[in-house]
Design a protein around this ligand. Structure first.
Ligand code: CTP
Ligand SMILES: C[C@](O)(CO)[C@H](O)COP(=O)(O)O
Length: 235
């Protein structure tokens, strides 16, 4: 008999963090609203989760000043995927915390945290991260580095063992008790993602295979690369 817990029997949530302002992108509107193949980036991300087998309940974290704008965008694009809306915080950490407040501590669940600006996450990766969280407590998506890696310290660079280096992506998926407890810690700038918050509590992090196509839109060229990837995928 299989020992793998059945993740389908556990309630599932996805907190889509879109509370940032996109300073590095330098666009007139935050990058999560920019059009990718005719549809706002954020809608692609919500659709990816809706189209996964896990079909989690969706919690969308948006800057308070953009809630009305989002409602109008949904009308314009006939976007009808159900989701709860909550306001963003000062940093990604605070935005995740605001999303977590909507999830009850009374019922065990699996919670994925996803950058809204990673619109190309595949359904397979989303499902694999939920499964890993059900089995091991968490599932953090990452890829092996394709480049050689050097670390610069005190003006001296040293080669690192490439096979030991992983580049971390999202989703980062956790059993609810683990994630909620971790986010009770005080914020430090070392918390650059959810895995670092959970690890600070002494928890081991379980990696799940990601994809080099699971790009985070950070700079203007990232949108152009994605348009190309989408075009090639459909042609
Ligand atoms: N206060 C914040 C900051 C970031 N994010 C979200 O976290 C994800 C990753 O952050 P990043 O790429 O850094 O987005 P921005 O903060 O918008 O970009 P920048 O750092 O260039 O300003 C994004 O989906 C972003 O909207 C968030 O929800 N709340
Ligand atoms: C969460 C993340 O995408 C994992 O790679 C990354 O840490 C976000 O970093 P950012 O500087 O907030 O974009």
């Amino acid at each position: 008999m299989s020992q793998i817990p059945d993740p389908t029997s556990i309630p599932k949530y996805a907190i889509i963090v879109a509370g940032g302002s996109g300073t590095r992108m330098g666009a007139a509107i935050p990058k999560q609203f920019l059009l990718l193949n005719g549809l706002p980036v954020l809608m692609h991300t919500l659709l990816a989760f809706q189209n996964s087998r896990s079909k989690p309940d969706l919690i969308l974290v948006l800057p308070a000043a953009y809630h009305e704008y989002w409602v109008e965008l949904c009308k314009k694009h006939n976007f009808e995927i159900a989701h709860q809306l909550v306001s963003g915080g000062e940093t990604r950490f605070h935005s995740v915390k605001n999303g977590l407040d909507l999830i009850s501590a009374d019922e065990p669940s699996l919670i994925a945290v996803q950058d809204a600006v990673r619109p190309m996450t595949s359904a397979e990766i989303i499902d694999a991260a939920y499964l890993s969280a059900a089995q091991y407590g968490n599932g953090v998506v990452a890829v092996k580095s394709r480049d050689s890696i050097r670390q610069l310290k005190n003006n001296t660079s040293v080669a690192l063992t490439r096979d030991e280096i992983y580049l971390v992506q999202t989703p980062q998926t956790f059993q609810s008790a683990q994630l909620k407890k971790a986010y009770e810690q005080a914020y430090t700038p070392k918390f650059t993602d959810d895995a670092s918050v959970v690890e600070a509590m002494g928890q081991l992090i379980h990696l799940v295979d990601g994809s080099h196509k699971n790009i985070k839109i950070t700079f203007p060229e990232d949108i152009a690369i994605m348009e190309l990837l989408i075009k090639n995928a459909v042609s």
